[in-house]
Design a protein around this ligand. Structure first.
Ligand code: FE
Length: 334
């Protein structure tokens, strides 16, 4: 999957310096998710887009490259990774009316250091066989003893889990969150392990009845012949915080601090945040576009409607270190 990270050189027959009309992306998102968008951007603007797909180490690479980095824009998922990039000093603030018009305030950094372009909800996958429709409606309820031995989840230190725990911290504070985590832990049917889809597989296999996962994995399981049975064994339910909504996270974009093609970078970011691009991008990964007036695909819409928690993701980013410490204190994975 590793795409070449060597950016193309622009050669010119003219005996004068040529400024390449290009923009360079470092992406944790798969090239196939981006191709329809980058192609459309080039068609519209004439600006070439080079994508370096990275499996890991984006921040370290940007730090090592420093001012020599060819990267203009980074694409990643999760508030944790976006916050990490800002804290590492590899991004720069962007001011843009187009971006603020198309990205709701709670889904972008107040300083303009990052912008969400799509969301995913962290929901409960519930066994169709063993869990009645409407039997679980809140995240708080996951600590209820009625779920003893019936919950599967991935690691408590994974970014997806930490963002949810940060949400719990925001709504209830540290003591209640600790008690909740201890309750959830005591309801687990097995030690946290595997990814989100592995939990749904475990439900299908009868090891547990509910799990936490991101919405788009339903789409991914349905498109994989080996995983369709897992998907069909569960229904998506959208829990809410007792005094809030459903926890969502973002896929997001940010401008690299030393962006060599800053003007093009801004154009690309505004393009990616435009309603039409959001819908294309969301469709490719079964996510939700966020600009006013945009709609998810029919399949994604069929999973149900929900009210997203209105806490700013920047706030959750600030609570992530506390969430991690708490997870370690309760030895969630132990
Ligand atoms: Fe994921």
């Amino acid at each position: 999957m590793l795409r070449s990270s060597i950016f193309s050189l622009t050669l010119s027959a003219l005996a004068m310096p040529v400024i390449a009309d290009e923009v360079n992306i470092y992406s944790y998102r798969q090239p196939e998710l981006l191709a329809p968008l980058t192609d459309a951007f080039t068609a519209e603007t004439g600006i070439d887009v080079n994508v370096a797909y990275l499996a890991k180490g984006m921040i370290e690479r940007l730090q090592a490259e420093g001012d020599r980095s060819p990267a203009d824009v980074i694409l990643t998922v999760d508030i944790s990774r976006l916050t990490d990039a800002v804290n590492a000093g590899v991004t720069q603030p962007v001011t843009s009316d187009v971006l603020t018009a198309n990205v709701p305030a709670e889904l972008r950094d107040p300083e303009g250091q990052w912008f969400g372009v799509t969301t995913r909800a962290r929901i409960v996958y519930a066994s169709k066989e063993n869990v009645a429709d409407g039997e679980i409606t809140t995240y708080e309820d996951l600590a209820d003893p009625k779920w003893e031995g019936r919950i599967c989840t991935r690691s408590g230190t994974h970014a997806y889990t930490l963002a949810l725990v940060a949400g719990m911290l925001h709504h209830h504070g540290e003591e209640e969150t600790r008690t909740w985590l201890e309750g959830v832990k005591s309801n687990l049917s097995r030690k946290p392990q595997g990814n989100d889809r592995a939990q749904v597989k475990a439900i299908w296999a009868g090891e547990c009845d509910i799990s936490l996962g991101n919405t788009y994995y339903m789409g991914k399981m349905l498109e994989d012949p080996e995983q369709q049975d897992w998907a069909n064994a569960v229904r998506i339910t959208f829990p809410e915080f007792e005094d809030g909504g459903t926890h969502v996270n973002v896929s997001g974009i940010a401008m690299v601090k030393g962006s060599p093609n800053k003007e093009n970078a801004l154009k690309l970011m505004e393009f990616l945040a435009s309603p039409a691009a959001q819908e294309i991008y969301a469709e490719a990964n079964y996510e939700y576009p966020i600009a006013p007036g945009t709609e998810p695909t029919e399949l994604v819409a069929s999973w149900g409607t929900f009210t997203a928690d209105d806490v700013s993701l920047a706030t959750l980013g600030g609570l992530r270190a506390d969430a991690l410490r708490l997870m370690q204190e309760v030895d969630f994975d132990g």
